[in-house]
Design a protein around this ligand. Structure first.
Ligand SMILES: Cc1cc2nc3c(=O)[nH]c(=O)nc-3n(C[C@H](O)[C@H](O)[C@H](O)COP(=O)(O)OP(=O)(O)OC[C@H]3O[C@@H](n4cnc5c(N)ncnc54)[C@H](O)[C@@H]3O)c2cc1C
Length: 355
């Protein structure tokens, strides 16, 4: 809490909550506070690690598909630390993750240069997670979209959902800016906007948009090919093909998509403070981006059928893990749609868990 409060009043901090008296937001915060305890972490870790492992296997299958290339690389991730306190806390967390099959290796300062692949670092210690993987998210989505279109799926883009038509326990039509769409099965997966959409169906979901930024540059020569997390700054560096992406910040500021320049600059400033060989001013900028993560109060997705309807599936609330968990989420949704029971126990992801 002390760290959170310090961050609240620091305009360059990686975490920010915009104070506001909106009942939905206050209710979300209250549930978030309730979820921040050991019991909940113990409940969340087994399901998250099982979903993660299943997703990694599915990524392998997707990456092996002919004609698909989204630069999926299983190189692990290195977390590097500038403070002893940060390192010691992370070691405890890593040991807990180990119980759920997530391997790690503790790195002393002499080991670091091997993992940064020759780049100098001011960090004193690190942790390597060999099981991690990375990809180019927009390429991943586009390539899969192209594949399913080839298989006859019709994708409608730039169409906004305005509401639904229902009859008894069924949703009969989706009302959109391009007319009504009739369907046998409706999948509600609207990211941070899912709570608004679900409200149209009189379903209560607690989701807050959490804004984050990324800045993508041309990858400089000699740059590492393994992603690096700058622990205390909460910034992640991801090499992606010929690009290098810096990402970070979590702002709970509603649906405001404006770019806060000070927080963006803080991301850029953090990088050379850990890795002096990278000078953002000398890099060629490709894109500044921001997005809204769909965050549930307990950090777990919502996945399942709502009690009220027989032909609706909800898949949302993936927070910071929406790309990692995309394949297994898709698989589980398809199992629900086919009337099968998913193998994984999804009780902890129930849509009604906060009601
Ligand atoms: C800076 C940053 C870094 C991240 N890094 C990672 C990472 O390393 N790994 C990871 O796994 N995840 C990461 N994430 C999180 C990940 O991006 C999200 O979890 C994921 O995008 C959620 O997917 P989604 O499909 O649920 O929602 P979204 O991707 O937000 O998609 C929802 C879609 O619904 C559309 N929509 C909204 N309202 C309507 C409407 N009324 N009608 C029609 N369409 C509508 C929106 O336009 C949007 O296209 C990161 C996010 C950010 C911001």
């Amino acid at each position: 809490i002390t760290q959170g409060l310090k961050w609240m009043f620091n305009p360059e901090s990686p975490f920010y909550i915009k104070p506001r008296l909106q009942s939905d937001f206050l209710s979300w915060l209250w549930k978030f506070r309730g979820a921040c305890n050991e019991t909940n972490v113990r409940k969340a870790l087994p399901v998250l690690s099982a979903l993660n492992a299943a997703s990694l296997d599915l990524f392998d299958e997707l990456a092996a598909m002919e004609g698909v290339q989204f630069n999926f690389e299983k190189k692990g991730v290195v977390e590097i630390f500038s403070t002893r306190k940060g390192f010691e806390k992370a070691v405890k967390d890593a040991q807990r993750l180990q119980e759920f099959g997530i391997e790690h290796k503790i790195l002393k300062s002499d080991d670091l240069v091997h993992y940064t692949q020759g780049m100098r670092t001011t960090a004193q210690s690190g942790i390597f997670f060999p099981g991690d993987a990375h990809l180019i998210p927009d390429r991943f989505v586009l390539q899969l979209a192209q594949q399913i279109e080839k298989q006859g799926v019709r994708l409608l883009t730039s169409v906004e959902v305005l509401g639904f038509e229902t009859s008894g326990r069924r949703v009969t039509a989706v009302k959109t800016t391009r007319g009504d769409i009739y369907a046998e099965e409706i999948i509600l997966a609207g990211g941070a906007w899912s709570a608004k959409m679900a409200r149209e169906l009189r379903i209560k979901l607690f989701i807050e948009p959490a804004k984050g930024y990324s800045v993508t540059f041309k990858r400089p020569p000699g740059c590492t090919s393994t992603p690096i997390m700058l622990a205390e700054s909460k910034v992640v560096l991801t090499p992606m093909d010929d690009m290098l992406r810096f990402a970070g910040t979590l702002e709970l500021a509603g649906f405001d998509l404006s770019i806060n320049k000070r927080r963006l600059l803080a991301i850029l400033k953090a990088v050379p403070s850990y890795l002096p060989d990278i000078d953002p001013d000398a890099l060629e900028l490709i894109e500044i981006w921001r997005g809204l993560r769909p965050c549930s109060p307990d950090g777990l997705p919502y996945l399942g059928r709502p009690r009220r309807y027989d032909n609706v599936i909800i898949a949302t609330g993936h927070g910071m893990k929406g790309i990692s968990l995309a394949p297994i989420t898709g698989k589980i949704v398809s199992q629900f749609a086919a009337g099968e029971t998913p193998k994984l126990d999804l009780t902890t992801l129930s849509l009604e868990r906060f009601n």
